[in-house]
Design a protein around this ligand. Structure first.
Ligand code: SF4
Ligand code: SF4
Length: 86
């Protein structure tokens, strides 16, 4: 059974924690990183085939995720998947 909390109004709320990140889809816009109040997400820097430095997001600190799914909502590329906790 999943972990279920309550909204302020007393309705059941199941947190959906960040699970996977697809680096091949990421544009490196950084929106998800800025949005995460828990500072779960960070930046990965790499060099592309032409030697240009690029940045993409990464899951840095999964243990601090509160399961709000805000990162997934802002991401136009749908890079993240989420999972409840049992
Ligand atoms: S919002 Fe999506 S595309 Fe933008 S950095 Fe985050 S994961 Fe990458
Ligand atoms: S689900 Fe919420 S807390 Fe977890 S990484 Fe995304 S924005 Fe941060």
């Amino acid at each position: 059974m999943s972990v279920v909390f309550e909204t302020f109004g007393g309705s059941p709320w199941t947190p959906m924690y960040v699970d996977t990140f697809d680096k091949n889809k990421c544009l490196g816009c950084g929106r998800c990183i800025k949005l995460c109040v828990q500072k779960v997400l960070g930046v990965e820097t790499y060099e592309d085939d032409e030697g240009t430095e690029r940045q993409i997001a990464k899951i840095d600190n999964k243990d601090h995720c509160i399961g709000c799914q805000s990162c997934g909502s802002i991401c136009v590329r749908r890079c993240y998947t989420f999972k409840s906790k049992s």
